[in-house]
Design a binder for this molecule. Structure first.
Ligand SMILES: Cc1cn([C@H]2C[C@H](O)[C@@H](COP(=O)(O)OP(=O)(O)OP(=O)(O)O)O2)c(=O)[nH]c1=O
Length: 189
Protein backbone atom coordinates (compact mmCIF):
# COMPACT_ATOMS: atom_id res chain seq x y z
CA UNK A 1 0.00 0.00 0.00
CA UNK A 2 1.25 3.49 -0.86
CA UNK A 3 1.87 5.81 2.12
CA UNK A 4 -1.19 7.60 3.45
CA UNK A 5 -1.37 11.36 2.82
CA UNK A 6 -1.94 13.88 5.60
CA UNK A 7 -3.55 16.87 3.84
CA UNK A 8 -1.93 19.42 6.14
CA UNK A 9 0.87 21.92 6.62
CA UNK A 10 0.65 21.69 10.41
CA UNK A 11 3.83 20.41 12.11
CA UNK A 12 1.68 19.43 15.13
CA UNK A 13 -0.62 17.21 13.08
CA UNK A 14 2.41 15.60 11.46
CA UNK A 15 3.93 14.87 14.87
CA UNK A 16 0.65 13.42 16.19
CA UNK A 17 0.05 11.21 13.16
CA UNK A 18 3.44 9.60 13.79
CA UNK A 19 1.89 7.98 16.88
CA UNK A 20 -0.09 5.68 14.55
CA UNK A 21 3.21 4.16 13.36
CA UNK A 22 2.12 3.95 9.73
CA UNK A 23 3.96 5.34 6.71
CA UNK A 24 2.64 8.72 5.56
CA UNK A 25 3.62 11.93 3.83
CA UNK A 26 2.12 15.36 4.42
CA UNK A 27 1.02 17.65 1.61
CA UNK A 28 -0.45 21.12 2.11
CA UNK A 29 -3.97 21.27 0.68
CA UNK A 30 -4.00 25.10 0.34
CA UNK A 31 -7.79 25.29 0.30
CA UNK A 32 -9.94 28.34 0.94
CA UNK A 33 -10.93 28.01 4.62
CA UNK A 34 -13.78 30.51 4.59
CA UNK A 35 -17.09 29.23 5.92
CA UNK A 36 -20.60 30.47 6.40
CA UNK A 37 -20.78 32.28 9.80
CA UNK A 38 -24.09 30.66 10.64
CA UNK A 39 -22.74 27.09 10.41
CA UNK A 40 -22.61 25.15 13.68
CA UNK A 41 -19.01 24.34 14.76
CA UNK A 42 -19.42 20.58 14.39
CA UNK A 43 -20.57 20.98 10.77
CA UNK A 44 -17.93 23.66 10.08
CA UNK A 45 -14.91 21.56 11.13
CA UNK A 46 -16.26 18.51 9.27
CA UNK A 47 -16.78 20.63 6.13
CA UNK A 48 -13.26 22.11 6.31
CA UNK A 49 -11.62 18.74 7.06
CA UNK A 50 -13.43 17.26 4.03
CA UNK A 51 -12.45 20.21 1.84
CA UNK A 52 -8.76 19.71 2.72
CA UNK A 53 -8.87 15.93 2.16
CA UNK A 54 -10.83 16.18 -1.11
CA UNK A 55 -8.40 18.73 -2.59
CA UNK A 56 -5.56 16.24 -2.18
CA UNK A 57 -7.60 13.14 -3.09
CA UNK A 58 -8.47 14.77 -6.43
CA UNK A 59 -4.77 14.88 -7.33
CA UNK A 60 -3.70 11.55 -5.79
CA UNK A 61 -5.96 8.64 -6.77
CA UNK A 62 -5.89 5.31 -4.91
CA UNK A 63 -4.41 6.86 -1.76
CA UNK A 64 -5.75 7.12 1.78
CA UNK A 65 -6.06 10.84 2.61
CA UNK A 66 -6.68 12.50 5.98
CA UNK A 67 -7.79 16.12 6.39
CA UNK A 68 -8.41 17.91 9.67
CA UNK A 69 -9.55 21.26 11.02
CA UNK A 70 -9.64 22.82 14.51
CA UNK A 71 -11.64 25.78 15.83
CA UNK A 72 -12.25 27.31 19.26
CA UNK A 73 -15.85 28.12 20.17
CA UNK A 74 -16.99 30.55 22.88
CA UNK A 75 -20.67 31.42 23.41
CA UNK A 76 -21.48 29.85 20.05
CA UNK A 77 -18.94 32.05 18.21
CA UNK A 78 -16.16 30.43 16.21
CA UNK A 79 -12.66 31.78 16.85
CA UNK A 80 -10.11 30.92 14.18
CA UNK A 81 -6.47 32.06 14.11
CA UNK A 82 -5.83 35.65 15.27
CA UNK A 83 -5.25 38.04 12.37
CA UNK A 84 -3.10 40.44 14.45
CA UNK A 85 -1.72 40.98 17.95
CA UNK A 86 -4.80 43.05 18.83
CA UNK A 87 -7.06 40.26 17.58
CA UNK A 88 -5.05 37.69 19.62
CA UNK A 89 -5.36 39.90 22.72
CA UNK A 90 -9.12 40.25 22.18
CA UNK A 91 -9.48 36.45 21.92
CA UNK A 92 -7.43 35.74 25.07
CA UNK A 93 -9.38 38.39 27.02
CA UNK A 94 -12.61 36.71 25.93
CA UNK A 95 -11.35 33.24 26.95
CA UNK A 96 -9.99 34.42 30.35
CA UNK A 97 -11.73 32.77 33.33
CA UNK A 98 -14.17 30.94 31.04
CA UNK A 99 -14.78 27.47 29.61
CA UNK A 100 -14.76 27.12 25.82
CA UNK A 101 -15.06 24.23 23.38
CA UNK A 102 -12.40 23.08 20.93
CA UNK A 103 -13.78 21.22 17.92
CA UNK A 104 -11.56 19.18 15.62
CA UNK A 105 -13.02 17.62 12.49
CA UNK A 106 -11.36 14.75 10.64
CA UNK A 107 -12.09 13.41 7.16
CA UNK A 108 -10.65 10.06 6.02
CA UNK A 109 -10.98 9.42 2.28
CA UNK A 110 -10.14 6.47 0.09
CA UNK A 111 -11.60 6.69 -3.43
CA UNK A 112 -15.37 7.01 -3.00
CA UNK A 113 -15.18 5.75 0.61
CA UNK A 114 -15.19 8.34 3.34
CA UNK A 115 -15.60 8.77 7.08
CA UNK A 116 -15.98 12.21 8.62
CA UNK A 117 -16.24 12.90 12.35
CA UNK A 118 -15.69 15.65 14.91
CA UNK A 119 -14.48 15.65 18.51
CA UNK A 120 -15.33 18.28 21.11
CA UNK A 121 -13.08 19.05 24.10
CA UNK A 122 -13.93 21.52 26.86
CA UNK A 123 -11.08 23.78 28.00
CA UNK A 124 -11.22 26.10 31.04
CA UNK A 125 -8.80 29.03 31.36
CA UNK A 126 -7.63 30.67 34.57
CA UNK A 127 -8.47 34.35 35.02
CA UNK A 128 -5.70 36.03 33.01
CA UNK A 129 -4.33 39.40 34.12
CA UNK A 130 -3.51 41.74 31.21
CA UNK A 131 0.24 41.46 31.93
CA UNK A 132 0.06 37.66 31.54
CA UNK A 133 -1.82 37.98 28.23
CA UNK A 134 0.77 40.50 26.98
CA UNK A 135 3.64 38.20 28.00
CA UNK A 136 2.02 35.29 26.21
CA UNK A 137 1.50 37.37 23.05
CA UNK A 138 5.20 38.33 23.23
CA UNK A 139 6.11 34.62 22.94
CA UNK A 140 4.71 34.65 19.36
CA UNK A 141 2.98 31.34 20.01
CA UNK A 142 -0.67 32.43 19.51
CA UNK A 143 -0.55 33.49 15.88
CA UNK A 144 -0.90 30.25 13.90
CA UNK A 145 -3.35 28.65 16.33
CA UNK A 146 -7.13 28.62 16.63
CA UNK A 147 -8.31 30.77 19.56
CA UNK A 148 -4.83 32.31 19.83
CA UNK A 149 -3.22 29.74 22.12
CA UNK A 150 -1.36 26.43 22.05
CA UNK A 151 -2.13 24.06 24.92
CA UNK A 152 1.02 22.09 24.07
CA UNK A 153 3.37 25.06 24.66
CA UNK A 154 3.51 28.16 26.88
CA UNK A 155 -0.26 28.19 26.47
CA UNK A 156 -0.38 25.25 28.89
CA UNK A 157 0.04 27.82 31.68
CA UNK A 158 -3.28 29.46 30.76
CA UNK A 159 -5.25 26.24 31.16
CA UNK A 160 -6.91 25.27 34.44
CA UNK A 161 -8.78 22.18 33.29
CA UNK A 162 -9.73 20.15 30.23
CA UNK A 163 -12.49 17.60 29.61
CA UNK A 164 -12.04 15.40 26.56
CA UNK A 165 -9.20 14.48 24.23
CA UNK A 166 -6.04 16.60 24.74
CA UNK A 167 -4.67 15.58 21.32
CA UNK A 168 -7.82 16.85 19.61
CA UNK A 169 -7.07 20.32 21.04
CA UNK A 170 -3.54 20.13 19.60
CA UNK A 171 -5.11 19.37 16.19
CA UNK A 172 -5.68 15.64 15.71
CA UNK A 173 -7.70 13.16 17.83
CA UNK A 174 -5.24 10.35 17.15
CA UNK A 175 -6.90 7.66 19.23
CA UNK A 176 -10.34 7.98 17.56
CA UNK A 177 -8.63 8.41 14.18
CA UNK A 178 -6.70 5.13 14.58
CA UNK A 179 -9.93 3.27 15.39
CA UNK A 180 -11.93 4.80 12.50
CA UNK A 181 -9.12 4.09 10.04
CA UNK A 182 -8.83 0.48 11.20
CA UNK A 183 -12.57 -0.02 10.95
CA UNK A 184 -12.70 1.41 7.38
CA UNK A 185 -9.74 -0.76 6.32
CA UNK A 186 -11.39 -3.87 7.82
CA UNK A 187 -14.67 -3.09 5.97
CA UNK A 188 -12.79 -2.76 2.68
CA UNK A 189 -11.09 -6.10 3.28
C1 LIG B 1 -6.49 25.36 20.41
C2 LIG B 1 -5.21 24.93 19.75
C3 LIG B 1 -5.06 24.94 18.37
N1 LIG B 1 -3.88 24.56 17.78
C4 LIG B 1 -3.70 24.57 16.32
C5 LIG B 1 -4.16 23.27 15.63
C6 LIG B 1 -4.23 23.70 14.19
O1 LIG B 1 -2.93 23.51 13.60
C7 LIG B 1 -4.52 25.21 14.27
C8 LIG B 1 -5.87 25.52 13.72
O2 LIG B 1 -5.79 25.74 12.33
P1 LIG B 1 -6.23 24.71 11.22
O3 LIG B 1 -6.78 25.51 10.08
O4 LIG B 1 -7.10 23.64 11.80
O5 LIG B 1 -4.87 24.00 10.78
P2 LIG B 1 -3.53 24.58 10.13
O6 LIG B 1 -3.82 25.77 9.25
O7 LIG B 1 -2.52 24.77 11.23
O8 LIG B 1 -3.02 23.34 9.27
P3 LIG B 1 -3.71 22.64 7.97
O9 LIG B 1 -4.99 23.40 7.64
O10 LIG B 1 -2.69 22.75 6.88
O11 LIG B 1 -3.95 21.22 8.41
O12 LIG B 1 -4.48 25.56 15.66
C9 LIG B 1 -2.81 24.12 18.57
O13 LIG B 1 -1.74 23.78 18.04
N2 LIG B 1 -2.95 24.09 19.94
C10 LIG B 1 -4.10 24.46 20.57
O14 LIG B 1 -4.16 24.41 21.82
Amino acid sequence: MQPLILASSSPRRKELLQFLQIPFESINSNVDESIDDTMCPDAAVKELASRKAKAIAAAYQERWVIGSDTVVVLDGRILGKPTSRADGKRMLEMLSGRTHDVYTGVAILFGEHCKVFAEKTEVTFWELPEAEIDRYLDSGEPFDKAGGYGIQGYGSLLVKQIKGDYFSVVGLPVSRLARELKSMQADLG
